[in-house]
Design a binder for this molecule. Structure first.
Ligand SMILES: Cc1cc2nc3c(=O)[nH]c(=O)nc-3n(C[C@H](O)[C@H](O)[C@H](O)COP(=O)(O)OP(=O)(O)OC[C@H]3O[C@@H](n4cnc5c(N)ncnc54)[C@H](O)[C@@H]3O)c2cc1C
Ligand code: SF4
Length: 317
C-alpha cells in the first residue's frame, strides 16, 4: 500500500489507478483517458475481502470483487440490498474482475462521450473531453453525464462510509459526500488519493432490500435507471426506510422525503405509488443515453413502486 501511495504522489496527474480494469481499459481504448502510467492495485491484499466487525458492521476492501460481494452469505443475510445490486452489475465475467472500489469510483457516462475518438471527433468533441460544447444541453457550460454504477445507490441506503488514503494520511467520509453532482468532475478524490475500504454500519444491518434497474441488454449493461430500497419493519409497520437512485442524475442520490413518507406506515399500493412519485421527482435524466429521459424517469417511478412493495414483503419474513 505504501508503495502505491508513493507512486500515486510521484506521478500525480500522469497516472490512472487500475483495480479490475473493466471500465478503465475500455475507456483508455476509446482515448477517454490517456495516462502516461497505470498504477495496478491488484496485489494489495490488505484491501481485499469482506470482514465482519465486532460491533456488527462490516468492512469491505476496495479491491473486493463484485462477484465476492454478490456471493457473500454475510452480505446476503445482513445487507441484502447490496448483494442484490451487485448481482446486476455487467456480466459474470466482468463481475469476476470488477471491484467494489471501481464501481464506486466509476466514471459518469454519456452517449456523446463513451464513443471512439473518431466518433467524438466527428461531432466536435464535448466539454467533458477535448471540446467546449455540450450536445445534451447546448448553450450550457455544465456536463450532465449520468453516474451509472449499480452498487452506490444500495450503499447510500445503508449509510456506507468510505476510507480514502493519501500521502497526507487517512480520512473517512460518508459515501453521500463523495460525489459532486458534476458530470465531468464527479467525485471528490484528488489525484494522489485512493479509495481503500467501504464500511457498512451495524445500524443498517437487517434492513430488507431490493434493487431494480433498467437496461438495454438484460444480460450485460449499465443501468439507465436504477432504484435501491431498504426497509426495516417493526410490529407490522415500517420502522425506517431509504430509497437510492442511480443513472438518472450526475450522482447517485438518496430520495429526499422517502424516509418520512414511509416510516410508521403499513406499505400498500397507494403508499408505494407515492414513493415512486417522490423518486421520479428527484430524477433528472437528460438525453445522455439510448433511451429517452421521459421513459427513464417513468421507469424510476414504476421500479420504485415495485421495489418498495417487494422490500416491504421481504421485511415481513
Ligand atoms: C460491457 C460492460 C458492461 C458494464 N455494465 C455495468 C453495469 O451494469 N453496472 C455497473 O455498475 N458497471 C458496469 N460496468 C462497469 C464496470 O465493469 C464496473 O463498474 C466495475 O465494478 C468497475 O470496477 P473495476 O475494478 O473494474 O474498475 P476500474 O476499471 O479498474 O476503475 C474504474 C475507475 O475507478 C478508478 N478506481 C478504481 N479503483 C479505485 C480505487 N480503489 N481508488 C480510486 N480510484 C479507483 C479507476 O482509476 C477508474 O477511473 C460495465 C462495463 C462494461 C465493459
Ligand atoms: S453531458 Fe454534455 S458535456 Fe457531458 S459528456 Fe454528455 S455531451 Fe459531453
Amino acid at each position: 500500500m505504501a508503495e502505491a501511495i508513493e507512486n500515486l504522489e510521484k506521478y500525480a496527474e500522469n497516472v490512472r489507478v487500475l483495480a479490475g480494469g473493466t471500465d478503465l481499459i475500455p475507456s483508455m481504448r476509446q482515448k477517454l483517458f490517456e495516462p502516461q502510467y497505470v498504477l495496478d492495485l491488484r496485489s494489495i491484499a490488505e484491501i481485499r475481502g469482506i470482514k465482519p466487525q465486532p460491533d456488527g458492521g462490516v468492512e469491505v476492501g476496495a479491491l473486493t470483487t463484485i462477484r465476492a460481494v454478490e456471493r457473500s452469505d454475510f452480505l446476503h443475510t445482513h445487507y441484502p440490498v447490496l448483494a442484490e445490486a451487485a448481482t446486476t452489475v455487467a456480466s459474470p465475467v466482468l463481475r469476476n474482475m470488477g471491484t467494489i472500489g471501481g464501481n464506486i469510483c466509476l466514471d459518469t457516462r454519456c452517449l456523446w462521450y463513451n464513443q471512439s475518438l473518431t466518433w467524438r471527433k466527428g461531432c466536435g468533441f464535448c466539454i467533458k473531453k477535448d471540446g467546449d460544447l455540450c450536445h445534451v444541453a447546448p448553450g450550457g457550460t455544465k456536463c450532465w453525464a449520468a453516474f451509472s454504477g449499480d452498487t452506490p445507490p444500495a450503499l447510500l441506503c445503508l449509510k456506507a462510509e468510505i476510507e480514502i488514503v493519501s500521502p497526507n494520511g487517512i480520512r473517512r467520509i460518508p459515501l453521500a459526500e463523495f460525489y459532486t453532482g458534476l458530470g465531468d468532475s464527479y467525485r471528490k478524490l484528488h489525484s494522489n488519493e485512493l479509495v481503500t475500504r467501504v464500511f457498512l454500519p451495524a445500524g443498517s444491518s437487517g434492513y430488507r432490500g431490493v434493487y431494480r434497474k433498467l437496461r438495454v441488454r438484460g444480460s450485460i449493461d449499465y443501468p439507465l435507471a436504477g432504484v435501491a430500497v431498504a426497509i426495516k419493519r417493526s410490529n407490522g409497520h415500517v420502522a425506517d426506510a431509504r430509497i437510492g437512485i442511480t443513472a438518472v442524475n450526475p450522482r447517485p442520490l438518496l430520495v429526499k422525503g422517502a424516509t418520512e413518507l414511509l416510516t410508521g406506515k403499513s406499505v400498500d399500493e397507494t403508499l408505494a405509488e407515492a414513493a415512486g412519485d417522490l423518486a421520479a421527482k428527484m430524477s433528472k435524466p437528460l438525453t445522455t443515453s439510448a433511451l429517452t429521459p421521459e421513459y427513464r424517469r417513468e421507469m424510476i417511478r414504476v421500479f420504485t413502486k415495485r421495489a418498495v412493495l417487494a422490500a416491504a414483503e421481504a421485511s415481513q419474513n
